[in-house]
Design a binder for this molecule. Structure first.
Ligand code: LIP
Length: 258
């Protein structure tokens, strides 16, 4: 676990990416990794900056990140898990629902996380056992009692459209029972939106570790639930089907996913 002083140092480093993101966006260069899967100079600039700066402060902690190889991972190790831009397609479209997401993995769990949207200047942050905060103000999940009033966000797993035929009937069944749906295009922001009461649940298959790690500790510290679709603890070191929700709707959602 890192100290309050170290947490502040990390938060300051993440906040510094805002100017870098806006500058790099002026010379945006989009590269295609695969179907609906992009990386830009912005992703790479943020990743290189945080890799270098975190390495100066925490030389003993390795980095797992979206735009690099991540081989030989071990549950016994401590890692930063970074998505330099979660919501890359949104960034390319100037949609302003993108975030820098950084989690700290220690002995099988996420103990610290930051999710920062530079377009709204919203920084979600949490450390295990210390509560969850949005721009320094404590946050907690919604206590809405009826699932018929729930706002549920989903991810369409656009990199693997072969899954859609089985996925969308699940989404349809949930949609007919809840209040309404949302689709933001940033898994980490969706998990933070559940944490602060803007949404009541978020579901997506085949999320990469950097798409759900930071948001996990933030949502749990705000009173929420994060599991995989089998109802188990996620591994954080591999892709997972993620359920993130308020506790009162866990069963409503889990029974749709099994
Ligand atoms: C994105 C996720 C989103 C998912 C997209 C993509 P990226 O992350 O946050 O929820 O539906 O397919 O994986 O690739 O923009 O960092």
């Amino acid at each position: 676990m890192i100290s309050a002083e170290e947490q502040k140092k990390v938060a300051d480093l993440v906040k510094q990416t805002k100017d870098l993101i806006l500058k790099e966006m002026d010379e945006e260069e989009v590269m295609i990794k695969g179907a609906a899967n992009y990386v830009t100079n912005v992703d790479l600039a943020v990743q290189n900056f945080l890799k270098e700066e975190l390495g100066k402060v925490f030389p003993e902690i390795s980095l797992i990140a979206e735009e690099k190889e991540n081989l030989g991972l071990s549950k016994e190790e401590t890692y930063w898990i970074l998505d330099p831009i979660d919501g890359t397609t949104n960034l390319i479209r100037d949609f302003h629902m993108s975030a820098v997401a950084l989690g700290l993995y220690e002995k099988g769990e996420i103990v610290f996380g930051i999710v920062y949207n530079p377009f709204t200047d919203e920084m979600f942050q949490a450390a295990k056992g210390e509560g969850a905060y949005l721009n320094g103000r404590k946050i907690q999940v919604s206590d809405t009692p009826d699932f018929g009033d729930a706002v549920i966000s989903y991810g369409s797993t656009p990199y693997k459209k072969e899954k859609a035929r089985n996925l969308f009937p699940i989404f349809y069944s949930i949609f007919m029972k809840c209040g309404d749906f949302r689709r933001t295009g940033s898994a980490e922001l969706d998990m933070c939106y559940v944490a602060c009461g803007r949404e009541h649940g978020y579901i997506e298959r085949d999320l990469k570790p950097w798409d759900y790690s930071a948001g996990t500790v933030i949502l749990r510290e705000a009173g929420g639930v994060v599991k995989n679709w089998k109802g188990e603890e996620p591994s954080y070191l591999k892709n997972e089907d993620i359920l993130a929700c308020v506790p009162q709707f866990e069963e409503n959602l889990l029974k749709e996913l099994l």
